[in-house]
Design a protein around this ligand. Structure first.
Ligand SMILES: NC(=O)c1ccc[n+]([C@@H]2O[C@H](COP(=O)([O-])OP(=O)(O)OC[C@H]3O[C@@H](n4cnc5c(N)ncnc54)[C@H](O)[C@@H]3O)[C@@H](O)[C@H]2O)c1
Length: 334
């Protein structure tokens, strides 16, 4: 089978995608970044010739030798580049969050529907080893019936306060909090209602709350909670706890162990089990593999346009609730 021909656009986090594509055996036929220094540095690092380096993505749209494009530019530009490349007949792996507004998300869904190409949204937590294991333990019944689950996205954005992350549209709940929201959606389904509080006392330089807590209810009365802090004074964590009728799991994307509590037939607690797990909170290689396999096999991607959009919809509902003080029912009718 011929190797997939890939272009990667946006060459900071995008470099993880270059590595993922190379590990898969794909061919990098173009890289693109509007910052000449970033473009040159990525070219040098991965031995990508100068004639394959582009400062403007528009020069790539008509290239018939590109099968798929990875878009890793600031969130505000996801919709524009994704729509352009889908319209130009390329498959797209777009970074999370899919977009920052409902309008942009809808435009991307339309573009995906109108093309015969795949749009995958890079909700990378679905490839984090600890969360893959958690998903398996939920699905194989080890935890019993899950009645409550919580995840947090606590990540100090102090070093990001002067860049595009400070756009009011790029609220922490959608920018990074989308990871925790997407994880809960993956494990428990789509929340029917959310309610949130926010506070703002850690990063006065940014125009949005730097800590938000949201509770939510799923269709089967499972309850959920997401905590997002972008000003926290601690190392990055996505601590996640899943409570079921037969057991409880505590895990994280930055910890080498997970703790599993289970009970015997008599309902009495067993000794907790410490499960070892690989730490890989940016598993771009597995994400690319899933994207490329779907393209080559003609199968749907795991996080298609509507999956990405639902996560954005829950994030926007949380932000709305924290501002209005009212519960919000996400609208999934895309
Ligand atoms: N999955 C994850 O865990 C994860 C981690 C980090 C970043 N991200 C996402 O990846 C994307 C990029 O984030 P980052 O941290 O690399 O940002 P960054 O600002 O560090 O880098 C963005 C790069 O894109 C370039 N760029 C900007 N606009 C462009 C355009 N129109 N055309 C070509 N190049 C352009 C910039 O020059 C820069 O080199 C964002 O969507 C972010 O949310 C995801």
């Amino acid at each position: 089978m011929k190797p997939l021909k890939i272009a990667v656009i946006g060459l900071q986090f995008g470099m993880a995608h270059i590595e993922g594509a190379l590990a898969y055996g794909a061919e990098i036929v173009a890289i693109c970044d509007c910052n000449a220094e970033h473009l040159r540095a990525a070219g040098k690092r991965y031995g990508i010739a100068e004639e394959k380096q582009y400062p403007d993505h528009r020069a790539l749209l008509d290239r018939s030798d590109i099968d798929a494009v990875v878009i890793a530019v600031p969130d505000q530009h996801h919709w524009e580049l994704t729509c352009a490349f889908l319209n130009a007949g390329k498959h797209v792996l777009c970074e999370k969050p899919m977009a920052l507004t409902r309008e942009d998300v809808r435009a991307m869904i339309r573009a995906a529907d109108d093309s015969s190409r795949q749009l995958m949204v890079g909700q990378i937590c679905r490839f984090t080893p600890a969360f893959e294991k958690a998903k398996a333990l939920v699905e194989n019944g080890t935890l019993g019936d899950v009645y409550f689950l919580e995840s947090e996205y606590a990540h100090d954005y102090m070093k990001l306060v002067d860049n595009w992350c400070s756009d009011p549209l790029r609220h922490g709940v959608i920018g990074g909090g989308c990871h925790a929201v997407d994880l809960l959606r993956w494990l428990a389904g789509d929340p029917r209602e959310v309610f949130a509080y926010g506070t703002h006392r850690l990063l006065p330089q940014v125009p949005y709350d730097d800590a938000t807590v949201a509770v939510m209810q799923f269709d089967d009365n499972t309850m959920g909670k997401v905590f997002v802090s972008t000003g926290c004074k601690r190392d990055y964590t996505m601590r996640t706890v899943i409570y079921g009728t037969k057991g409880t799991l505590i895990c994280d994307n930055t910890s080498p162990t997970m703790t599993l509590f289970t009970v015997g037939e008599d309902g009495m607690a067993h000794e907790p089990q410490i499960l070892e797990v690989e730490v890989n909170n940016h598993n771009a290689a597995r994400e690319f593999e899933a994207f490329a396999d779907s393209i080559l096999r003609g199968q749907p991607v795991l996080t298609d346009a509507r999956e990405g959009a639902k996560t954005v919809e829950v994030c926007l509902s949380i932000i709305e609730s924290s501002k209005t003080g009212r519960p919000v029912r996400p609208d999934y009718s895309f």
